[in-house]
Write a protein that binds this ligand. Sequence first.
Ligand code: HSE
Length: 325
Amino acid sequence: MKTPKKIGLFGFGTVGKGFYENLKKHPNLPAIISKVCVKRLDLPRIGHELYFTDNPDELLDDHEIDIIIELIDDPIAAKTYVEKAFLVGKDVISANKKMIGESLNDVHGWHVSYDSRFLYEAAVGGGIPIVHSVDGFLRDQEVTEIRGILNGSSNYILTQMQQNNWSFDKALSDAQLKGFAERNPSLDVSGIDASYKLSILAYHAFGEVSSIKSFEIESIEGVTKEDIKRAKAKGRKVKLVATLKKTDHEIICSVKPESIGPNDELYSVDFENNAVSVETLISGRHVFMGKGAGALPTGSAVLEDLKRLLDGYSYQVSKKVKTVA
Ligand code: HSE
């Protein structure tokens, strides 16, 4: 077996634990968690064999650590750790859609300026390999539209309201209990979390940075039980739909609740599941579906990134960027 690569892991919350559980199932993978940086050292934790610290520099200054895996909530701290990791030549994996979505110009700079690699499959669509697919498999295809359900919590809430007549608040509490929602769940229900994910897909599809400030975004908080009942009576469902359309001159993005019928490919995507359809000029429509939130699915996307890093993979997007504002 090759000498294992050493991992410095930031964060041991839902996704961190999910990654840890997934990694344990692959004992032959040449990678081990060397140190874990957490905010609170006093909390009881699984992973008794792991070394925990609350000092980020213990990971970033450790020359033996090759790979930083950043799975924390705070986008500002995350960006600091990621930038420092690149400066000292470490590869980085992240699941931080907020940090990446808000910093796409910087992310682009990191891709083109550093030899270190940066992968973030878990930031979009939980366990669905959508960033890799758009960036890699579909890289030479002209993408004309991306449409999907990109937030597991809001889809879970709308599904419980529709199927079981739950109140919004009860469904949101349950989504939080199940580890689907963000620490600040208003990001989920407002459409902002899905907007960050759409902006990351837009970047990989077109190599262009679109700020979510230009998106039309509407929360599901305005969706009433009556709206859902009316849709149900017509055999329809209310879903939070993210749409990106590419014209000759611009990319138009929106994230908003829509009433959709049974012939829509998003109709059967319920609970925390996500789906993304990618329309291309050459090979038509590709639909990806799977678990969009939760510890194990999201942790498995982190593990897949780790395997790709070990295989020498890096994103292709830096080769197709035209202009960055
Ligand atoms: N809060 C997110 C969601 C987690 O519900 O989709 C996965 O990104």
